[in-house]
Design a protein around this ligand. Structure first.
Ligand code: DON
Length: 581
């Protein structure tokens, strides 16, 4: 296995130079390979435990927790806290997310919803100006854009209920990274420089993220975050109270008052992470377990798979025009339903059973014409229903007991609103515009959302974050997820299909070029890896295709195969990491 690991950088480099590098198979006396050497990209392989994430130091924190005897939940929580230090564009204490856990011993899955909530004082039209138009600056980059943070409650809930280690132990590596500092990587330098304008616009963020001379920390320079270390210590000693009550809470509320934000001490003290039943369904012998509302992910992943189940996808071939046509048509149908039916299940009745019913998918499939794209304007949400940059980060953990964690969390935009809370080292999220700030008009991700998505105090905005675990033969087989805002659902669907239908290894499944259609606007967004010939064939069917030189998402995945852990971090962005042993 060591050989394979050493080959990976060579293969990846070679793949940039020649489209299809091939490597001679090893000595025939070797056991049958669990990955096909002729595939374009290879996963990293470990035996006992693995963490796959967007940043090396945090992934290694998780792996070292596993090696000290912690389970996958201990490692996930330690990784989540460490990412808040080493990956500030999306790692966070002040955002929110979803954690899906497979508990091997009990053979069951639990889903922890730690999505932000709207402050109690939030109202439906709070982001509209006197002309009824969305005040974009206020919706996205003001104190009012912040929802009540869920991350600390979510991570500590997971640890208390399903972890084995003490809070102090899993928080210690994050505290050390913040206090002692770490060497700035190429990726971190690039991220801070790219968002420099927004971060420099806030005096506290300027102080936190830049050197005293105002320049970004250089690659290799040590960056320390003493204020963040202080906040992490409050959590380590005080638990959730250390964040949601006491000095940290007071500092958050003082900043809210100074900047016209809505979050109060009561909002913070009342925040709770919630355990919900995951979404479940089957597809060609695989069991899919994914994220329930307030995520729209699980519902629509299943809906799209259910619709596609009626087509000969293998015969069409991966990324063929025929395949991309039915894929895009299925995406449109699902996103049309998303616009109307998804919402916070504590506030609105989401027809999950109906939307994920294979019989509904059979009816929807009839709406897809094989040779012609149906214009989005002809697709209405729920025609046949009975009842009614930007950044985020995903990581997975697998331990030697067979437990698996798939976690996605976010501040919404890259570095959230860019507003820092003085004395805490933390940035505020800007999750509020995930609500329909103006129902039936496009949001930050161009998503059109109806009344079920409107703002109300205490409500959770609908999310697309979709941590997912696929089971084969009753055993966890693939854990995956991605950032990408509204695109996440389609990113996860294509990764799953690449693995389940087209038999790609986990690295190739995540790296293959992708498309995205979200019903409105009526356009297929296609990565450059989709060939121009294919684009022409799609256009001939009536699709509008916009080819982008930007990337769609960044998957992180673990495949569990025959006792091996195969990890893959999407090379669309730099310096993701597979750590393990
Ligand atoms: O919850 C959601 O769907 C969004 N707030 C996620 C944001 C995101 O993925 C941005 N990253 N590219």
């Amino acid at each position: 296995m060591k050989i394979i690991r050493h080959l990976i950088p060579i293969l990846l480099t070679a793949s940039l130079l020649t489209p299809w590098p091939t490597i001679a198979r090893d000595d025939k006396s070797e056991p049958a390979p669990i990955i096909n050497y002729e595939e374009r990209f290879l996963p990293v392989v470990y035996r006992h435990g693995m963490v796959v994430g967007t940043e090396q130091l945090a992934a290694e924190v998780g792996s070292s927790i596993l090696q000290q005897g912690g389970n996958a939940v201990d490692a996930a929580v330690a990784t989540g806290f460490a990412l808040a230090v080493t990956y500030p564009r999306a790692g966070n204490l002040t955002g929110g997310g979803f954690m899906l856990i497979h508990l091997a011993k009990q053979n069951r899955q639990v889903f922890i919803d730690y999505r932000e909530t709207a402050p109690k004082a939030a109202t439906r039209d709070m982001f509209l100006d006197e002309n009824g138009e969305v005040d974009k600056k206020r919706a996205y980059f003001s104190h009012q854009a912040a929802g009540v943070p869920g991350t600390v409650a979510g991570l500590l809930y997971a640890l208390d209920k399903y972890g084995t280690m003490s809070r102090e132990k899993v928080l210690a590596p994050a505290i050390a990274l913040a206090e002692q500092g770490f060497r700035v990587s190429f990726a971190l330098n690039y991220e801070i420089t790219a968002r420099g304008q927004r971060l420099r616009g806030n005096p506290e963020a300027l102080r936190l993220f830049f050197r005293p001379d105002g320049e970004a920390y250089d690659i290799g320079e040590t960056w320390r975050q003493p204020d963040l270390a202080w906040t992490l210590r409050q959590i380590s000693t005080g638990g959730t109270d250390g964040f949601y009550r006491g000095k940290v809470a007071q500092r958050i509320v003082a900043e809210m008052k100074a900047g016209g934000g809505l979050i109060t001490l009561e909002d913070l003290a009342d925040y709770r992470a919630v355990e919900r039943a995951p979404i479940r369904g089957t597809f060609r012998g695989f069991e899919i377990v994914s994220s329930p509302p307030p995520s729209s992910g699980g519902v629509h992943i299943l809906q799209i798979l259910n619709i596609l189940d009626g087509f000969d996808l293998t015969g069409m071939g991966p990324n063929s025009a025929a395949y991309l046509h039915v894929l895009a048509e299925s995406m449109k149908l699902a996103y049309a339903d998303r616009s109307k039916f998804l919402g916070d299940p504590d506030f609105v009745n989401v027809p999950v059973t109906e939307l994920t019913d294979p019989a509904y998918a059979t009816r929807q499939r009839q709406l897809i014409e094989p040779s012609r794209a149906t214009p989005s304007s002809d697709i209405l949400p729920g025609k046949v229903l009975a009842p009614e940059s930007d950044d985020t980060t995903h990581f997975n953990v697998a331990d030697h007991h067979g437990n698996v964690v798939s976690n996605t969390y976010t501040l919404n935009a890259s570095f959230g609103s860019g507003i820092a809370v003085p004395g805490t080292g933390m940035l505020l999220n800007n999750e509020m515009p995930d609500f329909a700030v103006r129902p039936n008009h496009p949001n930050l991700f161009g998503l059109v959302q109806g009344e079920a998505h409107s703002i109300a105090g205490g409500k959770r905005p609908v999310s697309s974050m979709s941590p997912t675990i696929v089971f084969r033969g009753g055993k966890p087989w693939l854990a995956t997820g991605s950032p990408g805002g509204s695109r996440i659902i389609n990113i996860v669907v294509q990764t799953l299909l690449n693995a389940m239908v087209f038999d790609m290894n986990v690295a190739t499944a995540g790296i293959s070029p992708r498309i995205h259609h979200q019903w409105q606007p009526d356009v297929i967004l296609a990565e450059q890896g989709i060939s121009p010939d294919t684009v022409q064939l799609l256009e001939a069917k009536g699709h509008r295709v916009e080819q982008t030189n930007r990337t769609i998402g960044r998957t992180q995945s673990i495949m569990l195969d025959d006792g091996w852990l195969l990890g893959a971090t999407d090379t669309r962005r730099p310096q993701g990491w597979v750590a393990g042993y």
